[in-house]
Each structure stands twice: as C-alpha cells, then as structure tokens.
Write a protein that binds this ligand. Structure first.
Ligand SMILES: [Zn+2]
Length: 82
C-alpha cells in the first residue's frame, strides 16, 4: 500500500500502522493516514474468499475462512489521508 501523501510504500504490518486507533502516521513523511476498507471491493472479494474457504476446509477445518477473509481485507483496504 502507498502513502496518500508521499506515495511511498507503507507496510500494513509495520508498527506505525498497527498502533491501533483511528489515525496513523506515515513512517516516511509523517503524514496522517487512516486505513479504510473499500466496501465495494470487499464485496467483490467476498465470493473468492468463500470459495477459498471451501477449498481450504479439508486442510484447515474451522480455520478455513481465515486466509480468505485476510486476503479480502488486505485487497480492499486503502490508505486515505486523515
Ligand atoms: Zn508518507
């Protein structure tokens, strides 16, 4: 994902973004950003996520929906200026 202020790559898993709460700070430019889930995109990825869960069910059991949901959230999340 890219910072909406400086366009530099910002890792979703970086400490900066995982501090919790609403607004976050870009580690490159210090600009305030927030993570927003695009509901349309999330809806678009919902079907593949369900299919992935069905494929993974024999392997992961009750955890089968976790990877699909994680992918769905990651693909539909966008960084917006706060
Ligand atoms: Zn930035």
């Amino acid at each position: 994902m890219h910072c909406p202020h400086c366009e530099k790559q910002v890792s979703v898993f970086s400490k900066t973004l995982n501090r919790g709460g609403g607004t976050m700070t870009c580690p490159h430019c210090g600009g305030k950003i927030r993570l927003e889930i695009d509901k349309k995109l999330a809806l678009l990825w919902f079907i593949p996520a369900v299919l992935l869960a069905l494929v993974l069910k024999p392997l992961l059991g009750s955890w089968c929906s976790a990877p699909g949901i994680a992918v769905m959230v990651l693909l539909s999340a966008k960084l917006k200026p706060a």
